[in-house]
Write a protein that binds this ligand. Sequence first.
Ligand SMILES: [Zn+2]
Length: 345
Amino acid sequence: MSINLDICYIKELNLDRLVKKGTLLWNFRCPICGDSSKSESKKRGYLMEHKNKKQLFFHCHNCSASGDMYWLISQIASHLLNKYKVDRQAEILRGKKLKIEFNFKSNKEVIKSDNIKIVEGIIPVLELEKDHQALIYLRSRQIPEKFLTRIYFTENYHKWICKQRRKGALSWIKTDPRLVFPIKNQKSKLIGFQGRVIEGDNFRYLTDILVTGEHKIYGLDGVQTSSTIYVLEGIFDSLFVRNSIAMLGMDIQLDMLKELYPNSKIVYVLDNQKRNEFVVQKMSKVIKDRSTGVVIWDKEVSGLKDVNDIILSGRSEEWVNQYIINRTFFGLMKKQLEFVNWKRS
Ligand SMILES: [Zn+2]
């Protein structure tokens, strides 16, 4: 197995503002956190030679996301994952090393049922001390009590998730306290986790889907296909919206959701951030899609960047759900018109 395979895959990843900085060093805008939303020129994602000299290693100095090429592909270009796995295994066999590194079978021990209690090392937030920073934080975001049962905490997420992935932890990350959100599929089977920092900016999420072939979406286990399905950008926002799911990747997955829910109405509720190019790009994609609905914000919520923000401004869950229904648009013309108004407002 050689590092060349990983190098070949760099160009497949469409990394934004990619520059080769050295023999085995590349720099680009981090595709995990999106890098700085204020400065387009900020680039804090790096690919470099792995310590084992057989692979490349990704790290972002903004969100601290780290992982090997397999992990990076799984996060930002999952359509390439199977091909990469096959290529990698062919390489390994060529090198007469029969040890297959990406062995997901081992995870079955951890994820053997949907009973989350068997996952060791994470603590249900409701079992924490009342004045624990995680609980204080969740309450400051006004997360409804009924959802606290679905949220966990760990002092060192990085170390813990590396254990779940059966990979060594990076020794230089000494502490990484995060909230942990178990992710389940439609059949309520546990398939992965998202770790979210408590302090710091909004982008600090790490998502790991540990079962191959599963979707990177939160909330699939609670969806009723007979009602409209709302698609939000983050887990917190989705907790306030009825019959909703949250996208955990960077990109909009129009076709994937249509395949998953061929007979349901799907409505996107993207952030109210008209100056964020990523949000505007995603919004444009949804606007152009004939069959998908979209919520377009108006002056009633100006200055509030997402659903959680609206709640924090004093509106009730009931109000938010009604507003979302009122501001849902279908039809190319209608969507386009409202989109223009939103961008202008
Ligand atoms: Zn990043």
